[in-house]
Design a protein around this ligand. Structure first.
Ligand code: ADP
Length: 478
């Protein structure tokens, strides 16, 4: 089985969100299952050092305004095909946004080029390597299924994974011509979205299978509240839509070996967690007492993540003796509201604005609970890290959060299977109640520690996910 992944980000090289973690991990686990996977990625500046050591396997004289090449190289256990097109990808800063925080004006051409090269490799292969399946990820690779479909009969099967339907890649219809989308593909049942060219919509319309990153999100997407305008086409294609949960890299996220922690620990020896908590309290200027739980947030600060609800619930959190450490960045107004909260609740609330991978590990290692009040959450990774690190996830009952955390309700407590706290609806009062329930549980050490240990034994590795992808590929190649 040969599979070509096409995506716009990949950990550890370039990451803005959970998509990168998936692309960095699933190909490796699939290789362990005997699948040959290659990953096409743009050669952003962060990848230049790696590109230099590679071999050019394809040259294109003019890819939307400049020459381009595809460079084959192995790095971090991945077989990469890097799309080296300096006029499109050699830019400083965020891979999607300019210095002013707006989308790059030529994003349609940048990621249209990625899709076109992905389709070309899908159809022609590289040397003797020809994929059976092209697996496109998110809108940036969304044109691939359309490009393959219009190429005729003998083409590889295509899978589209939707990591977050909020990002759809909508552009002027005039771009169909330069991006090679034939007129018959541009219909309301195809690539057209109300007169525009929809990259994600094209993928949904023309791929052979659609997956998203949790079973609950797959069901939610069929409703207007979550489908963000694509619920109609998804309903039309619901028989090929399924959810496969993400996992995490359990080598990188391992509390027994994690070098970012002050003290490592295991489910049997939880002492280290207290030392990490003390270190976190220092870093976030929090009072050092352990009467109440230390909650953390590691997140983009956006309305998707429901953190405005947390700001509203802060008085209740502090009144119950809880403390909060927030690491995040994003929406400027939300950033300043959190900074303001750290002043108002000095000693109980600490905030660091920024993106800090090692600190995110320490937060999982030192907090008692992680708060994830998302309005929607395709899968979510931080609750999985929380489970692995015995940091009890307190989550909104939506998407992958609903599928990975077992709420500490009476039935689950009696059955001895609870791993966290869920709440619904996603409102500030419901979040407050969840925080209060968590504080109550924390003050019952036997019950709390049993839940922490159970969380740590919950399976969160990529193995199950990779097997599910393999089953899907096999169903397509029969
Ligand atoms: P999304 O992809 O919607 O942002 P996920 O939970 O799927 O949310 O993935 C977010 C990833 O980014 C996780 O690996 C999380 O630890 C990481 N992350 C988010 N914000 C920060 C931050 N400020 N510093 C370090 N890591 C962060």
């Amino acid at each position: 089985m040969k599979v070509l992944f096409v995506a716009s980000e990949c950990a550890p090289f370039v990451k803005t969100g959970g998509l990168a973690d998936v692309i960095g991990a699933v190909p490796k686990t699939l290789s362990e299952l005997g699948v040959s996977v290659r990953v096409i990625l743009p050669a952003y500046p962060a990848l230049h050092g790696i590109t230099e050591g590679g071999k050019v396997v394809l040259e294109i004289d003019d890819l939307h305004g400049g020459p381009a090449s595809l460079v084959s190289v192995k790095a971090e256990g991945l077989d990469l095909l890097l799309l080296d097109a300096p006029h499109l990808f050699d830019r400083p800063g965020n891979i999607y946004l300019d210095a002013g925080g707006s989308d790059w004006g030529d994003n349609a051409l940048r990621f249209g080029a990625l899709s076109q090269v992905g389709a070309k490799v899908g159809l022609e292969g590289i040397g003797r390597w020809k994929p059976d399946i092209v697996h496109a990820h998110d809108w940036q690779a969304g044109l691939i299924p359309a490009l393959l479909r219009q190429a005729g009969q003998d083409v590889p099967a295509s899978v589209l994974t939707i990591h977050n339907i909020a990002f759809q890649g909508l552009f002027d219809a005039g771009l169909c011509v330069p991006l090679g989308i034939d007129p018959p593909m541009f219909t309301p049942a195809g690539a057209e979205y109300f007169g525009n060219l929809g990259f994600l919509k094209a993928g949904i319309a023309f791929c052979d299978r659609i997956t998203t990153v949790s079973p609950t999100y797959a069901r939610e997407l069929l409703h207007p509240e979550f489908g963000m305008g694509l619920e109609g086409i998804l309903q039309a294609r619901r028989t090929v839509l399924s959810g496969i949960l993400n996992g995490i890299d359990t080598d990188i996220w391992n509390p027994q070996t994690d070098e970012a922690l002050t003290a490592t620990y295991s489910a049997d020896l939880l002492d280290g967690k207290r030392k990490n908590r003390a270190e976190l309290e220092k870093r976030f200027d929090l009072h050092a007492d352990v009467d109440g739980p230390l909650f953390c947030v590691v997140s983009r600060l956006t309305s998707q993540k429901g953190l405005d609800l947390l700001l509203d619930a802060l008085p209740a959190l502090v009144a119950r003796g809880g403390k909060l450490a927030v690491l995040g960045s994003g929406d400027r107004e939300m950033e300043s509201r959190f900074i303001g909260a750290a002043h108002i609740y000095a000693g109980s609330v600490g905030v660091i604005i920024g993106y800090d991978e090692p600190l995110s590990h320490l937060m999982q290692g030192g907090s008692d609970a992680i708060l994830i009040p998302s309005r929607f959450e395709p899968c979510g990774l931080t609750q999985l890290y929380g489970l692995r690190y015995g940091t009890v996830p307190v989550v909104a009952r939506t998407g992958g959060l609903a599928d990975t955390v077992i709420d500490a309700n009476d039935a689950a407590m009696r059955a001895g299977c609870a791993t966290g706290v869920q709440f619904a609806p996603v409102t500030a009062p419901a979040l407050e109640q969840a925080i209060e329930r968590t504080c109550d549980l924390y003050r019952q050490p036997d019950i709390w520690n049993a839940m922490v240990r159970r969380a740590m034994s919950h399976p969160v590795s990529w193995e199950q996910s990779a097997r599910a992808y393999l089953d899907l590929y096999e169903s397509l190649s029969q």
